[in-house]
Every structure is written in C-alpha cells, then in structure tokens.
Design a protein around this ligand. Sequence first.
Ligand SMILES: Cc1ncc(COP(=O)(O)O)c(C=O)c1O
Length: 379
Amino acid sequence: MGPGPSDVHPRVLRAMSTPLVGHLDPSFVEIMDEVQELLRYTFRTDNEWTIPVSGTGSASMEAAIGNLVEPGETVLVPTNGYFGGRMESMAERAGGEVVHVDAPWGEPLDPADVEAAFAEYQPDVFGFVHAETSTGVRQPDVPELTSIAHEHDAYVIADCVTSLGGVELRVDEWDIDAAYSGPQKCLSCPPGASPLTLNDRAMDKVLSREEPARSWYLDLSLLEGYWGDERAYHHTAPITNVYALREALRLVAEEGIERRWARHRRVAAALKDSLSAMGLALNPDEAYWLPSLNAMEVPAGVDDAAVCEYLLDRYDLEIATGLGDLEGEIFRIGCMGHSARPANVTLLVPALAEALEAQGADIDPDAGLSVLRDRLGEV
Ligand SMILES: Cc1ncc(COP(=O)(O)O)c(C=O)c1O
C-alpha cells in the first residue's frame, strides 16, 4: 500500500514462469502484437506507436522526452512535485532550454498559469504529470491544458505512471501527443517493460529530427525497426517482463477499463473517508484527489517514519512518508491495481489507527472503523 510497486497479481507471477522463447520467435511476435493492442485499449488510444519500452518508468519517460525534445528547443515543465523535476533533468540532458510553470506541491497546475507561461516563453514541448506520486495530486483539466499547448503548436508529454490502468485517462480524447507510464503501479506488474504511446504528429517530429536522439538505446526511430512492421533486432527484449505485462493487461481488459477506474475510486474512497473520519485530513483538495495515491496529513506530534516502521514490523504493511516540500507532512498510501482491494483497506485502516495511537495521536479510530464498515462491510 505504498507508492509502488503494488502487489503483483498471482496470474502475472505465474506468467513470469513461462519458459523463454527468443525475442524474434514467431510466437513472441504474436505476443508483442497482443501487448501493443492491449496497451492501446488501456491508454484509450488508437496510436500505432504504442509499445512497452525495455526498462523502468524512467526509461519510457526518457524515451518520450529524449526523442521529442531537440537541442535548443524550449521545454515547459511543472514545479509542483518530484517528477516534474525529473522531467526537467531529462529535458536538459536532451539539450532543451527549460522554463517553468509554477504551482505549490500539493496543488495541480492552473490552466491560466499554463496559458501565461505559453504567452511568455512560447515553448516547443510541454510536459505535465497527470498523477503526481510525490503529492497525491491528480491533474484535472487535461483537455484544457492540451488545447492551450496545441494553439501554440507545441507538443504535450504526459506522465501517467501512477494513473494508467487505475485512474481515468483518455489519451486520444484528451489530445495528448505522448504519454508514458510504468507497469508497477495500477497495472500491478513488476517493473521492467514500461508503456509508451505517441500519436502520428509526435512520431513525425521524432522521425524528422535534425540530429539523432542522444540515447541510442531509447532512439524511437531505431526501436521502430523492432516494434514496427519490420520486427528486426534492435536489442534483446526483456521476454519475461513482456509476458508479465501481457497478463497484467489481459486482467485490465477482462475487468474493463472503466470498471477498473470505478473500483479504484470506490476502494480508495473507503480508505480516504475512513481515515478522514478518524481525524486525518486529505492533503490535496478533494477535487484533485488521486485514488491511486492517497496523501493524508500526518496528525500533530506524530513521527511519520515511526508509524511506517510500526506498520511494516507488526503488519508487514508498507505505506510511505512524504518527500520534498511535503516531507514530514503527509503519509502516501497507495491503492493501486491488485492492491486496490477491500481486504487490503480493511487491514490497513485499523492497523494505521493502532500505529498512530502508539504515537499518542489524538484520533478517533471508532469513527473511522464505522465509515469503513458502512462502505466495505464487516471489519
Ligand atoms: C510519476 C512518476 N513518474 C516517473 C516515475 C519513474 O518510474 P521508475 O521509478 O519506474 O523509473 C515514477 C516512479 O515512481 C513516478 O511515480
């Protein structure tokens, strides 16, 4: 129940023990096709250019940024969380000139500020974080942000690491040019093969770059040879991770993406509302609540690290502390994929109450447990 990785579904673990075939074996090529189709379903896109990048979420992130940003281009990034900062570092390494659109940690970007930043800097590329794992904030108004960028002929990159497969995300309808993610959050799959999708407009830019992308490994014009029609060797794909991702995505399709979003909302709302009733406030405004990552304020006088340690020692349960501007201020409680289950929440809420009381926190466990019972049945 931390910020990821989440619990891996037993079917995914089983898929990982499938014997290996070669990365160009006809049966593996069929699996590649299936993974691409299932990724399109999960991203809600028809983008031909939809692939799992070999590596963790940072690899799909760097593939998006390192291919779309050309040296000397202006890149607009947010300052409202840890992963906006990582976008900045990657854009700089790609040779971009970074400019900022500001918002405090714990708040989303305001479209008016994005509009003002476009008027001031005329960026070529705009990156934003749809689900900021460091703050538990969901960026609303995505279509508004993408339309501002497109009015200025810019390209939009969305970080969807903590939203894909758990929180409403519609790449085509929201007009996102490039979106990347990781498998270890709401897809409940081990890290190692990370989803990426680019529309034709973005891919045209990538394929007409004046100089090649700085990373050979993540150069999408070369990866096209492997994931496109040709199916020619570029690197040896992490076969086992691709098996795992296929199984995780099949689980998404079997459940239905919209029902999966609804499950995350229902189970995480039970968690958030019972903790609120107990006396812990949700840190972001309700309007920006991110069901997959619940940022609850640390009650006065409580040592947040000691609470996490207590839960790990006594209950084998992981939650995380805050970081950056929110260090010491929040608990980060994940509710992702296979971990977004009533059984996990009914274990966590009383355990957290016990850990907080051990710290002398002034909370009302019974009020929390009563909300939990109303929402999820017997505790
Ligand atoms: C929002 C966000 N972006 C990017 C990443 C980087 O992914 P990884 O750690 O898998 O490289 C993470 C990881 O937690 C994340 O939460």
